[in-house]
Design a protein around this ligand. Structure first.
Ligand SMILES: CC(C)(COP(=O)(O)OP(=O)(O)OC[C@H]1O[C@@H](n2cnc3c(N)ncnc32)[C@H](O)[C@@H]1OP(=O)(O)O)[C@@H](O)C(=O)NCCC(=O)NCCS
Length: 312
């Protein structure tokens, strides 16, 4: 077999990358006798496209005989470099291709130069996948925090509601009232405190894909205490609050803002203050966790709910 060649991912390659993703993931799930996830090619292609467009230099694929057999997508957000996806077709695994692609997606100058300038590198790995965990750890991205997929529907009244002292305002209501700049500044400030970088591009893309955002403030002082998103698909997050004790009330409020078709899905760091409350309310841990591997602690895990495993 000739050695695969690498090239940047273009808009026409997204379907081929999706095929590689499912081939690699389903082979892994079959090997472990786990159930396969339901396929959702359209949503995955949109996500790949969104991420690649936000940082084209981090999106690479490998071709063999003109066919896509592996791909990697990483994004950069200020000081954060985050590997969103790295997948190799089963027949091409364990031959150094994952490593070659990973090195292509790294920041220009490489991981050491990035870190020397104050940068952080991070990714989410499957806890039960030693190959990827080991691959990233060699570059200093070491396992830091377990991250759980939590799914289900809370029993009515089981989550403590948002305290009366706090008010929720939909992002679009704030913008219509001329408070768009106040909102953008508040999101920047909360993101800097919780994940160490600003990310207006992700807020824009989240809203474009149907997530609805809410800002939480003290009624009397107007002080901002956090924000959160909910989506009719049932995805809830990202959520940032200034204090972990506020997370339960914010989640309870977000769950009143849309009626999901199925169950809720939250990506919850192990130390999150929300985890005990969600489990007591009847939600369940869905499968084994992922692990956030990073070159240094990079998020305020106790007061944060992630957007997804592919993007914090
Ligand atoms: C994970 C994946 C992307 C890696 O790509 P790959 O082409 O198979 O990997 P490579 O051959 O480039 O490198 C794997 C590295 O992991 C190392 N590795 C393998 N098993 C290991 C273990 N148990 N402990 C530590 N390191 C290990 C290998 O030694 C190799 O490093 P080396 O080149 O220094 O020897 C690919 O196997 C894949 O797509 N797997 C299925 C899907 C998946 O698990 N995706 C990741 C989800 S987080």
């Amino acid at each position: 077999m000739p050695e695969p060649t690498l090239r940047p991912i273009g808009a026409d390659d997204l379907a081929a990358c999706t095929a590689v993703f499912y081939a690699a993931m389903e082979e892994l799930q079959d090997r472990r006798r786990e159930g396969r996830w339901p396929r959702n090619e359209g949503a995955l292609e949109r996500l790949f496209g969104r991420l690649a467009a936000s940082h084209p230099a981090g999106a690479w694929l490998a071709e063999s005989d003109g066919r896509t057999v592996a791909f990697g997508i990483a994004v950069e957000r200020e000081r954060l470099w985050f590997l969103a996806f790295l997948f190799v077709e089963p027949a091409f695994q364990a031959a150094g291709l994952g490593r070659r692609l990973l090195e292509r997606t790294f920041p220009s100058g490489g991981p050491d130069a990035w870190r020397a300038q104050g940068g952080v590198l991070a990714t989410c790995v499957e806890a039960i996948q030693p190959v990827s965990t080991g691959l990233y750890a060699r570059y200093g991205l070491v396992p830091q925090v377990p991250v759980h997929l939590v799914t289900g529907t809370p029993r009515p009244g089981a989550l403590a509601p948002l305290p009366d002292a706090l008010a929720a305002a939909a992002f679009e209501t704030l913008e219509a009232a001329g408070e768009g700049i106040v909102l953008a500044d508040a999101l920047d400030e909360l993101d800097l405190g919780a994940v160490g970088h600003r990310r207006p591009v992700d807020h824009r893309d989240d809203r474009d894909e149907g997530r609805r955002g809410w800002l939480y403030r003290h009624r009397r002082s107007g002080a901002v205490i956090g924000y959160g998103y909910a989506q009719p698909s049932g995805r809830l997050g990202p959520v940032v609050v200034r204090d972990g004790s506020m997370l339960e009330g914010v989640v309870a409020h977000l769950m009143t803002t849309v009626q999901p078709a199925g169950s809720w899905q939250l990506v919850v760091p192990g130390p999150s203050a929300a985890l005990p409350a969600l489990l007591r309310a009847g939600l369940r841990l869905d499968g084994s966790p992922a692990i956030l591997s990073a070159t240094e602690p990079m998020l305020a895990a106790e007061r944060y709910l992630m957007r997804s495993f592919a993007l914090p």
